[in-house]
Each structure stands twice: as C-alpha cells, then as structure tokens.
Design a protein around this ligand. Structure first.
Ligand SMILES: *[C@@H]1O[C@H](CO)[C@@H](O)[C@H](O)[C@H]1NC(C)=O
Ligand SMILES: *[C@@H]1O[C@H](CO)[C@@H](O)[C@H](O)[C@H]1NC(C)=O
Ligand SMILES: *[C@@H]1O[C@H](CO)[C@@H](O)[C@H](O)[C@H]1NC(C)=O
Ligand SMILES: *[C@@H]1O[C@H](CO)[C@@H](O)[C@H](O)[C@H]1NC(C)=O
Ligand SMILES: *[C@@H]1O[C@H](CO)[C@@H](O)[C@H](O)[C@H]1NC(C)=O
Ligand SMILES: *[C@@H]1O[C@H](CO)[C@@H](O)[C@H](O)[C@H]1NC(C)=O
Ligand SMILES: *[C@@H]1O[C@H](CO)[C@@H](O)[C@H](O)[C@H]1NC(C)=O
Ligand SMILES: *[C@@H]1O[C@H](CO)[C@@H](O)[C@H](O)[C@H]1NC(C)=O
Length: 597
C-alpha cells in the first residue's frame, strides 16, 4: 500500500518512513531481548531444585546461580512478565568412542519441580540421562506446553496418563524411552498434535482408534516398537498426515486401502512387520508419495502397475517379500525415482525395457534374488552413472555393452552367455563403469576387446565362466583397476610375456588351466600387487630367483599351490613381508625351504 502511495505522490518520503520502521523495529525488539525481564521467584526456585537433582559433569548449568536473574541463565527464555516459557538443556548426543560422563544425568528425583513452570511452552531435554526414572506426573501441570522434546532421555516406566493434560502440545518427541507398556489412551486428548515421534520405545498392543482425534497431525513415527495387530484403516482419516512410519513393529494383516485416502502423504514406511496379502493398487493414487517402503514383510501377489502413477516417488522398496508375477512396465514412468529395490522376492518374467526410462542419472536399481529370465534390455544403458544389481536371477543372452555407461553393474550368478556386442560400444569417455561383476555366468570365448576401454573400472569379476584364451595385457593395464578375478575359467593359456605395468592390487587366476613359467618379468609388472592367487593350475619351471624383490609390496596372500613348479625355493622369498599366508604346497620343489621371518 505504501509503495503505491509513494509513487502517486511522486516522492520517496513514504518509502523512507516505511524503511525506517522496517529497520528500527527489529532492532528495538533485539534491544528489549538483550535486557531480560526479571525472573519470577517461583520459576527460579523450580529451576534450582531441578539443577540440584542433576549430575552435571560438563557444568552446562554453570550460570544457574541462586539470587541471579534466571531469565539470563543458559537455556532459559522468559516472557515479559518474567515467567519461564522455554527451557532447553542442550546436552550433546553421546559420541561413539567418547566418554559419556559429560552428559548430565539425574540422580534421585527426576525434575518433578519443572511441573511448576506452568507458563512453559517449550521443553527440550534431549539426551539428558534420566537413568530409567519415569516421567514425573507433575509435568501434567505444564498445560501451556506446545513442544516436548525428550529424545533419547532414557526415561523408564510408563508414559504417564498425565500426558493427556498437555492439550496444547503440537510436537511430542519421546523417541528412545520407556519400558514395555501400551500407549495410554490419554495421548489421544492431545488434539493439537502435529508431530508425534515415539520411535524406539517399547510400546505394545495395537494402535488405539482414538488417535483419529489428532485432526491436524502431519507426522506419526511409531517405528521400532512392539506394536501389533492390524494397521487400522482409520489412519486413512488423518487427512493432514504427510509421514506415517510404522516400520519395525509386529503389525500383521493386510495394508488397508484406506491409506490411499491420505491426500498429503509423502512417506509411507511399513517395512519390517508381518504384513500379508497384496499391495493395494490404490496406493498408486497417493500423488504426493515420495517414499514407499514395504520391505521385509510377507506381502504376496504381484506389484500393482498403478504404482507407476506416483510421479513424485523417490524411493520404492518392496524387497524381501513374497511378491510374484512380472515387474510392471509402468514402473518406468516413475520420473522422480532414484531408488528401486525389489530384491529377494519371487518375481518372474523379463526386466521391462521401460526401466530404461527411469531418471537419466544416478538411479539405484536392485532386482537381485528373484527368478527373472530373458535377456537384459539394452535400454538400461540409458541409466548413465546408475547402479544395476540383478545377481541371482536366470537372465540369459548377451551382456548389453550399453551398461558400461552405468557406474555399477552386478550381474553375478545368471545364465548370460555372450560378451560379444552386436551393438556399437559406448565411447571410451562414457564408460563410467567402476564395478563390473559378471562372475558365475555362462560366458564363453576369448576376453572381449571392449574390456580395454573401461577407463574407470576398479573391480572386474569374470570368474567362474567359460572364457578361453590369453589374458589381454590391455585389461591388466586399465588405469584404475585394482581388483581382478578371472579364476575358474578354462583359459588354458600362458601368463602374458609382454612388457607392461599394471596397477592391479589383487589378481586371482586360480583353477584356470594356466601353464608355462612364472617369470620375473611378469611378477615385476605388478608393482602394487598385494595378493596373487595362481593355485590349481599347471604352472611349471622354477620360481624366478628375485621373486622376493619382484613382489615386495605383497602384504596378503601368495598362493602358488597345486602347480608343477620345480627347483629350489629362492632364498629371496624370505624377504617378502607376508602378513597372511604363503602357500607353495603340492608342487615339485626340492631342497630346504628358506626361513621366513
Ligand atoms: C535461594 O536463595 C534464597 C535466599 O536468597 C533462599 O531462600 C533459597 O532457599 C535459595 N534457594 C535455593 C534452591 O538454594
Ligand atoms: C545414565 O546414567 C546412569 C546412572 O547415572 C548410568 O549408569 C548410565 O551409564 C548412564 N547412561 C549413559 C548412556 O550415559
Ligand atoms: C493445523 O496446523 C497448521 C500448521 O501446520 C496450523 O496453521 C493450523 O492452525 C492448525 N489447525 C488447527 C485446527 O489446529
Ligand atoms: C520408454 O521405454 C520404451 C522401451 O524402452 C520406449 O519404447 C518408450 O518410448 C519410452 N517412453 C518414454 C516416454 O520415454
Ligand atoms: C576402445 O579402445 C580402443 C583402444 O584403446 C580404441 O581404439 C577404441 O576406439 C575404443 N573404442 C571406443 C568405442 O571408444
Ligand atoms: C569424448 O571425448 C572426446 C575427446 O575428449 C570428445 O571430442 C567427445 O565429444 C567426447 N564424447 C562424449 C560423448 O562426451
Ligand atoms: C575370486 O572368486 C572366487 C569365486 O567366487 C572366490 O572364491 C575367490 O576368493 C575370489 N578371489 C578373490 C581374490 O577374492
Ligand atoms: C632379499 O634377499 C636376498 C637373498 O637373501 C638378499 O641378497 C637381498 O639383499 C634381499 N633384499 C632384496 C630387496 O632382495
């Protein structure tokens, strides 16, 4: 209004005045805050009694001294009349490996005196150690409280019925407290609640129907308790709910379709329960849904195609259930999806090509431990710098080289048979693959040329296939390669004789029909080698005399057992620094074995 007025008058005067008001008023407010009102005597006494019952090794309440103004004490905020309206005792969360003694704890009576701070609106005692004492009934007198934060305070006993008197409470966080007992029905009297977090308590029994009185609730976190019985359909009446977390309890029965009535739900977290039946197709109607986690239940039937409607879905976790049927192509419509977790189910059919339509970068897909068959759709190569895990399935056919654009590809224990691409390779600068696990498949023939283009590859597993022929030096010299497992292939070849330098640290080519000598040149091509497995081959001839210096970086294992090695064991072997093991058994060595320190 003043903006328009100033324009019409053609002067900046009104502007200036309103600016002055805008700047000065907050300054005044700050000055007022800086001079605290004088603490009410009763509140001061209550705080001192609270302090007296407190072990405070870190002396965090040092400013709490009798006959000083409590409104200026650490963690205390007063209103203009000197009543304490906010109390927060900031104790650090316990740190791993650090002594816990700096956390204040209560001895004897637990803060009952705080019950007389009747003007209190906000009480935060997170991480204060109540050593198993119950919450004082006196706190029921804090009828003006709108925020009660008691995270990890080790309150024992039961949540007192007096909690029902705190009718203005909007935020209740009592995660990590209490002994086993049912939720007191009085909790339903807190009709203003917006956030309820009771994670990690030992609440038993079923969810009381009276919680439908929480007409304005947005967050309900009941995870990690011992709640049981069905997930009640009345939860679908809490229209303001954005987060419902019932995970890690003993809920049983079916997921009620009524939850689909929740128009604002973003998080539906029901994992680690005993839920049975099918996933209700209606869940696909919860448009704002961001995270749906139903893992580790006993859900059966197929994945509803309607879930593909969830345009805001970021994470979908249906793992470790009894889901069957095929993966719906509609899941490829989930444009916001970053994580698709379907492992350990009974899914059949082939991987839908539409999954290649998932977000272009950085999606995490885990389809392992299912009964998926057919070939891998080349469209998955669109998922640049993503992660695909589909081990322990029955996938067949060609390895689609487009997958080399992903950063992690784990296809172990399948029936894939061809590494020879029928389509063009991605450009070398698009082969982002860091982890490539193709072990335990049915690959035959020589090592494919494209292996030499994997400039980012750190770990390549090709063991337990039917690969034949020589080990390409171009593979060994990949700049980032650290871990290479080629074992249990019928290679029937000699070790490479070319001159090269490899960064590989762990090389396993055991049980692969290797023959011929182990040369000094070969061993000294691996300056970073820390373990070498060449057992169960037909390697022959003497060991190189300088084996000890050639393998001076060896720290873990050298296994040359079950070969046809001959001659004496070179004395240089004694200055290897083996921290784990050296196995030269089952060869044809003669003479003494050098002393190994
Ligand atoms: C605080 O001091 C007053 C006298 O100034 C005394 O009456 C009261 O008992 C003291 N309170 C505590 C908790 O020490
Ligand atoms: C809490 O306090 C009790 C008794 O004072 C003590 O035995 C316990 O170790 C404390 N727990 C932590 C985590 O500080
Ligand atoms: C519900 O909560 C919102 C804030 O999330 C608040 O603005 C509103 O006044 C509350 N309504 C009722 C009826 O308590
Ligand atoms: C989704 O993927 C399929 C198969 O890969 C493709 O034919 C279709 O055009 C894609 N749709 C969109 C919207 O990208
Ligand atoms: C793969 O690498 C070889 C040799 O390093 C190179 O000649 C070839 O162009 C590369 N292929 C692609 C598709 O980048
Ligand atoms: C790959 O790198 C070459 C040379 O650095 C560049 O000309 C080419 O555009 C790059 N290709 C892609 C797809 O980034
Ligand atoms: C290579 O794979 C085989 C088969 O899984 C395994 O037994 C062996 O330990 C692996 N080698 C290394 C160095 O991990
Ligand atoms: C290793 O052992 C040999 C023979 O015992 C010895 O001559 C040599 O100095 C040692 N050091 C290296 C690095 O080979």
């Amino acid at each position: 209004m003043s903006k328009q007025g100033s324009r019409h008058r053609g002067s900046g005067r009104w502007w200036v005045i309103s600016l002055v008001v805008v700047i000065i008023l907050p300054l005044l407010a700050r000055v007022c805050n800086a001079a605290p009102s004088t603490c009410s005597t009763g509140d001061s006494e209550a705080l001192l009694i609270f302090k007296a019952g407190f072990n405070d090794p870190g002396n965090i309440l040092a400013t709490w001294v009798n006959d000083t103004n409590c409104c200026s004490w650490t963690g205390v905020v007063c209103d203009s009349s000197g009543r304490v309206i906010k109390l927060s005792v900031l104790s650090p969360p316990p740190q791993r490996g650090q002594p816990l003694v700096r956390n204040p704890s209560f001895s004897g009576v637990v803060g009952a005196s705080l019950g007389s701070l009747t003007a209190l609106q906000s009480l935060d005692l997170a991480n204060v150690n109540f050593s198993g004492s119950p919450m004082p009934n006196e706190w029921g007198e804090l009828v003006n409280l709108n925020s009660l934060q008691l995270i990890a305070t080790r309150l024992g006993g039961r949540l007192p019925r007096a909690i029902g008197k705190l009718v203005l409470l909007k935020s209740l966080n009592i995660a990590g407290n209490f002994r086993p007992h049912p939720l007191p029905a009085e909790i339903c009297q807190l009709t203003q609640l917006q956030t309820v977090d009771v994670e990690g308590n030992l609440f038993t029994g079923s969810l009381p129907a009276c919680i439908t009185a929480w007409k304005n609730v947005s967050t309900i976190r009941f995870s990690v308790n011992d709640l049981s019985g069905p997930i009640p359909p009345f939860l679908g009446d809490l229209a303001t709910l954005t987060l419902l977390d019932l995970s890690n309890n003993h809920f049983s029965g079916e997921i009620p379709s009524a939850l689909a009535k929740l128009p604002n739900l973003q998080f539906l977290l029901l994992s680690e329960n005993r839920l049975t039946g099918q996933i209700p197709p209606a869940l696909g109607m919860i448009a704002p849904l961001f995270s749906l986690s139903l893992s580790q239940n006993l859900l059966s039937g197929s994945i509803p195609p309607s879930l593909g409607n969830l345009q805001n879905l970021f994470g979908l976790d249906l793992s470790a259930n009894h889901l069957s049927g095929t993966i719906p192509a509609e899941l490829g419509n989930l444009k916001a999806l970053k994580s698709l977790t379907l492992y350990s189910n009974r899914l059949t059919g082939s991987i839908p090509p539409e999954l290649g339509n998932l977000s272009q970068q950085g999606v995490d897909i885990d389809l392992s431990n299912n009964f998926l068959s057919g070939s891998i759709p080349p469209s998955l190569g669109n998922l640049v710098q993503s992660s695909l895990t589909a081990s322990n399935n029955r996938l067949t056919g060609e390895f689609p080289v487009g997958l080399l654009k992903l950063s992690s590809v784990v296809l172990s224990h399948n029936l894939l048979s061809s590494l020879t691409p029928t389509v063009p390779l991605p450009n070398s600068n698009q082969t982002y693959v860091f982890l490539l696990h193709l072990d335990y498949n049915h690959f035959t023939g020589p090592f494919p040329n494209w292996l030499s283009n994997l400039s980012q590859a750190n770990e390549i597993l090709l063991n337990n296939n039917f690969l034949t022929g020589s080990i390409p030096v171009s593979l060994l010299i990949l700049p980032q390669l650290n871990f290479l497992n080629l074992s249990s292939n019928p290679l029937a070849t000699k070790l490479p004789t070319a001159t090269f330098t490899s960064n590989v640290g762990s090389l396993d080519v055991h049980s692969s029909g290797l023959y011929g000598p182990i040369t000094s040149k070969f061993l000294s091509s691996f300056p970073n080698l820390f373990q070498l497995f060449l057992q169960h081959n037909h390697l022959s001839g003497p060991l190189p005399a300088d084996i000890g210096s050639a393998l001076k970086h060896m720290t873990s294992t050298l296994d040359l057992s079950y070969n046809d090695l001959t001659g004496s064991v070179p004395s240089s072997i004694s200055n290897l620094t083996f921290s784990t093991s050296l196995d030269l058994s089952h060869n044809h060595f003669i003479g003494p074995v050098p002393h190994i320190p």
